[in-house]
Each structure stands twice: as structure tokens, then as C-alpha cells.
Design a binder for this molecule. Structure first.
Ligand SMILES: C[S@@+](CC[C@H](N)C(=O)[O-])C[C@H]1O[C@@H](n2cnc3c(N)ncnc32)[C@H](O)[C@@H]1O
Length: 395
């Protein structure tokens, strides 16, 4: 997802001048019209500040899938056509990977089995058409309980030259800093789950957190027991006065190592350098390795949190009952989750979520899965939020 500035048509040229001058225009991405046609969506570079200065601050921001500039898309195919025979190009017309994900200066490409023998040529063509990319990785999907992607380097830029064989280890590091909403997040998709595609989700969570804080009339206590390297917390902690206390834990020690590095920079405090079992590190931070389903057994961590983030989409609904004791039931609270569900089973999944949760806060909608994108031909990646009533309030 990419931030786009929504600009009335007559102001586009002057806005473009300012963005170009500051290097805040996303390179290689297209400007496109709004649905009504009266405004343009201008793609912002990931390094553009979270809060843009005047006069740009008056324009709304939309988080949208960026559209690649066709000239660049066709440019990559032009490069490919110099490396692959025309008949091979034509035979596999539908398979060549036109889309990709950028994580920092890395490009992640999914290559279908039919064209896997051309991985080197694909990497070279992508590197030649995207001069800012350092490393191209082939994505073989997310694996195992820790949801780590299997990524294989297939091309790199080494001292300005494009290399697709014997890629030196120094060029194939997958540890990068990603800019998101004005903050940098250290991640290493080879060691811990991270996806840039969840940025809109995180912005929605931020908006809901602010609503919760407003309802409670105080900063909130946030529990993120599947935190990964901490991108959800990044957005919340960046908002001054929003978070009173945060728990960030994960089963993957590598994720916690990166999280600790991130928290040390965001909080400007020294954290213990190595991942350790979950513990209170500061008055306002609980951090460490833990199986989320077991955390609430520790009385010092249960019954304490206003916002519970549940981001383990394959298991969210099954796992919910073991997490609910983490919530502070003396005041309204919120559960925000993501789940992968067959489209035909969304209604029954909504019922299961409702049954797994305590009574819903009066006057708030029942939790209901919203489809965010396709996960497979039948499965959908969905998200939901539930406002939970304090224990004294009847259903
Ligand atoms: C889909 S990822 C989400 C990570 C992070 N919240 C994000 O948005 O980038 C799910 C995370 O849950 C962790 N995980 C899997 N099973 C777990 C468990 N039983 N307890 C705690 N964490 C778990 C994985 O290591 C992974 O980091």
C-alpha cells in the first residue's frame, strides 16, 4: 500500500513541483484520477514525512495499492525481451510477474513454476528497470507457525553491476529499514514475518485506538501478542499520548530481537539486547518471547489491557478464547483481529467470533468480518473489531 495525496485537478501541477523539489514523489508509480474524476491521487515516496508541511497538509491522504507507471512496466518487459527468446516470451505471456512487493530496497517477486527456469533473466530485467532496487528475491510463500517467508536471492546490484549468479553474501542481506508513516521499522523477512501490505490495516487500527482512548478518556494499554517486529505498535506509539502501556510478544525469538532494536529507537531507551522470555522491562513496556495462548496464565499480565491485537489469521478464531482473559474487563475494551475464512463461511465465522467474545458494548456494532483481499480462490483475508462491554454491563 502506498500513501497518495488527493489533490484537486487544478492544483496538481503546483503540488507536483513541491513534491519533486523535496524528493517526495514516488518514483515509478502513476498518478491516477479519483473515482469522481475531479481530483488526482498522487503517489508519495515512502520517505515523505508522515505529516506534510503547508501547503500540502490541507490535502487528504488515501492508502491505495500503487499503480506502476506503464512505461516502467513495459520497460521491464523490454529488458526481459533482450534476455529471453521471443517465442518463450509469447508462450508464457500470462506468467511473467508484472507485480512485486518492495521491502526497503528489496523487491520480492513470485515466480510461477512454469517460468522458474528464467528466474535469473527475470531478476536481471527487474534490476535494470528499477535502478533503486538492490536485491531481487523469489518468494516461495509463507511457511510454518512463525509465518516466515521463504525468500531466495535471484539477483543483486553489486557495485553498480547487475549480478544473477554467485551473489555475494554482502549483497544478499535481507535486513532492511522500512519507512512507514514517518517511522523506520527494522525487519528481515527471512527471519520474521513482515508485510508492507498491512499498512492500511495498521492505519485503521490507529484510528480505532484513538476512538477507544477517547471513549475511555485516557491513554490505552495495548496488548500485541503476535507482534512480529512491531509494525502495529510503531503506528500507535508514534501517536503522542495514545499508549499508556504496551505488551509486545511473539513466539519467534528472531522477531523479538528485531522488535527490541525497533523499540530501543522508537522509545529512545536501552532495552536488554537479546530476546528473552516475556517480562516487564519498563513501567510501560512488557516485551519478550511467549506463546500467546499461555500469556494470560501469568496473573501479572492478565486482566490488564484495553486493546488486544490478534494477528494470526489462520488461527485467530480458534485462539480467541485463550486470549480474552488478557482484557481489562472493568472498563470498555476492544479486540481487533484478522482471519482467513472461506467466503461462503463468513456468516458462520462471524457467529463463532461473537461466541468466543464476552458481551459486546451496548450501542456498538456486532463484530463482522470485512473482506480485505483474496487469499486463494475460495479463502478471503478479513479483519474485524469488537467493542467489549465491561463486566458489569449486561448484554
Ligand atoms: C501474521 S504474523 C503478524 C506479525 C505482526 N503482527 C505484523 O503485523 O507484522 C503472525 C505472528 O505470530 C507469531 N506467532 C505464531 N504463533 C504464535 C503463538 N502461538 N504465540 C505467539 N506468537 C505466535 C509469528 O511468529 C508471527 O510473527
Amino acid at each position: 500500500m502506498l500513501r497518495h495525496l488527493i489533490v484537486p485537478n487544478h492544483e496538481v501541477e503546483s503540488v507536483l513541483d513541491i513534491l519533486r523539489e523535496n524528493g517526495w514523489l514516488a518514483s515509478g508509480m502513476r498518478i491516477f484520477p479519483s473515482e469522481e474524476g475531479d481530483r488526482r491521487l498522487v503517489p508519495l515516496d515512502i520517505l515523505a514525512p508522515a505529516t506534510l508541511p503547508p501547503p500540502l497538509e490541507t490535502f487528504d491522504i488515501a492508502h491505495r495499492e500503487g499503480l506502476e507507471d506503464d512505461r516502467i512496466a513495459s520497460d521491464w518487459l523490454n529488458h526481459l525481451s533482450l534476455l529471453v527468446d521471443q517465442d518463450v516470451l509469447d508462450e508464457n505471456r500470462e506468467e511473467w510477474p508484472s507485480s512485486h512487493e518492495f521491502i526497503g530496497d528489496m523487491m520480492i517477486v513470485r515466480i510461477e513454476d512454469e517460468i522458474s527456469e528464467f528466474a535469473m533473466q527475470i531478476a536481471e530485467a527487474k534490476l535494470r528497470s528499477h535502478p533503486h532496487v538492490r536485491l531481487v528475491l523469489s518468494d516461495e510463500g509463507v511457511q510454518g507457525e512463525l509465518r516466515i517467508r521463504k525468500l531466495t536471492p535471484i539477483g543483486a546490484r553489486v557495485d553498480g553491476a547487475v549480478v544473477t549468479t554467485d551473489i555475494p553474501t554482502s549483497a544478499s542481506s535481507t535486513r532492511v529499514l522500512v519507512r512507514e508513516a514517518g517511522r523506520s521499522i527494522a525487519c528481515d523477512p527471512n527471519r520474521a514475518y513482515f508485510s508492507t501490505k498491512l499498512q492500511t490495516e495498521r492505519m485503521e487500527t490507529l484510528a480505532l485506538s484513538k476512538e477507544l482512548a477517547e471513549l475511555l478518556g485516557r491513554p490505552i494499554r495495548v496488548c500485541d501478542p503476535f507482534c512480529g517486529v512491531g509494525p502495529a505498535l510503531s503506528a500507535l506509539l508514534a501517536e503522542s499520548g495514545l499508549v499508556a502501556d504496551a505488551m509486545a510478544s511473539d513466539l519467534n525469538p528472531d522477531a523479538i530481537e528485531l522488535l527490541i532494536y525497533n523499540l530501543s529507537r522508537w522509545d529512545r531507551r536501552d532495552y536488554p539486547p537479546h530476546p528473552a522470555p516475556i517480562a516487564r522491562i519498563f513501567d510501560d513496556r512488557v516485551v519478550g518471547v511467549a506463546d500467546a495462548t499461555e500469556i494470560s496464565r501469568d496473573p501479572s499480565f492478565s486482566g490488564r489491557w484495553d486493546l488486544l491485537l490478534v494477528n494470526l489469521p489462520h488461527r485467530t478464531i480458534d485462539i480467541l478464547p485463550s486470549l480474552i482473559p488478557l482484557l481489562d474487563m472493568s472498563s470498555p475494551s476492544m479486540v481487533r483481529g484478522r482471519a482467513i475464512v472461506a467466503e461462503s463461511e463468513i456468516e458462520s465465522a462471524n457467529l463463532r467470533i461473537k461466541e468466543a467474545l464476552p458481551p459486546i458494548l451496548e450501542g456498538t456494532p456486532l463484530p463482522s468480518l470485512r473482506i480485505k483481499r483474496d487469499y486463494s480462490s475460495t479463502l478471503r483475508l478479513c479483519s474485524f473489531e469488537a467493542w467489549i462491554a465491561p463486566i458489569s454491563q449486561k448484554r
